[in-house]
Write a protein that binds this ligand. Structure first.
Ligand SMILES: [Zn+2]
Length: 258
């Protein structure tokens, strides 16, 4: 994978039809968070394949080339400064999580709340700490802080080294969609324990990996996830990766921040 500088604005996916045989609210993920942390930045799965497994989700791209959001079946990429650039079906991902999201509960948020209060609200709605949850908030924000990773060159540095150099960006009052997953603590390393959310502005031009936020008003939708499918890479990099390093939990908290 090389680091391209320009791509036409086109988004892989766009097919929102759930294939027969695929349940709603079933999590499909490629590789593991621990592998990403150990610099396994090149995956085997194309975006074209990924969107067969879900129309909603998040992830990153080969060579750690930006943050991914999948919404309404379309895959968008945020590269430097959280600006959207196009994706094509043949691009690949080293880590992504998608589902066909069907909300089980919907609530209206009509008073501002920060991240902690928002997470407590979602925890109450999911009401089971040992299941995954899918979360989508659509509405107005008072602020959203994001981070965006950028394209790496081989030999790849570890993710902690990459993240230490990443600037964060603050979007002030915006409207948009923030979505992602809550992962139970025992899944740390397979995925990111706790909340992992990405955001996309209504103008579809800005977004990224969310580190902090304050929502103002809007619609919150959640669903429990009890079915998982994990596709592990058969690559040499994955074979050689150390997936149980000392300090894994702290490393993921630092890398995925928030
Ligand atoms: Zn992320």
């Amino acid at each position: 994978m090389s680091c391209l500088t320009e791509r036409s604005i086109h988004n892989a996916g766009g097919n929102m039809t759930r294939p027969s045989g695929v349940k709603p609210n079933r999590l499909f993920q490629t590789s593991t968070m621990a592998a990403l942390l150990d610099a396994v930045y090149d995956g085997e799965m194309t975006l074209g394949e990924l969107v067969q497994h879900g129309d909603f989700g998040l992830g990153t791209f080969d060579a750690l080339d930006g943050e991914m959001i999948v919404t309404e079946g379309e895959v968008r990429q945020f590269r430097s400064e959280g600006i959207a650039s196009g994706t094509t079906a043949d691009m690949k991902t080293p880590f992504a999580c998608v589902t066909y999201f069907e909300p089980e509960k919907t609530v209206t948020i009509d008073k501002p709340m920060g991240k902690e209060e928002f997470e407590e609200l979602v925890n109450g709605l999911i009401d089971n700490p040992n299941l995954f949850g899918a979360v989508r908030f659509t509405g107005e924000f008072e602020k959203v802080d994001t981070r965006t990773v950028f394209c790496q060159h081989k030999p790849y540095p570890g993710m902690l080294e990459v993240v230490a150099k990443q600037p964060t960006f603050r979007m002030g009052e915006i409207s948009g969609v923030m979505l992602g997953f809550r992962t139970p603590p025992y899944m740390q390393g397979i995925n990111v324990a706790g909340y992992h959310l990405h955001v996309l502005s209504d103008d579809r031009k800005h977004g990224g990996h969310v580190t902090d936020y304050r929502v103002k008003s809007g619609k919150l939708e959640v669903a429990r996830i009890s079915d998982l499918e994990i596709s592990l890479p058969k690559t040499e990099d994955f074979a050689k990766a150390d997936l149980q390093p000392a300090g894994l939990h702290e490393a993921i908290r630092t890398a995925e921040g928030g």
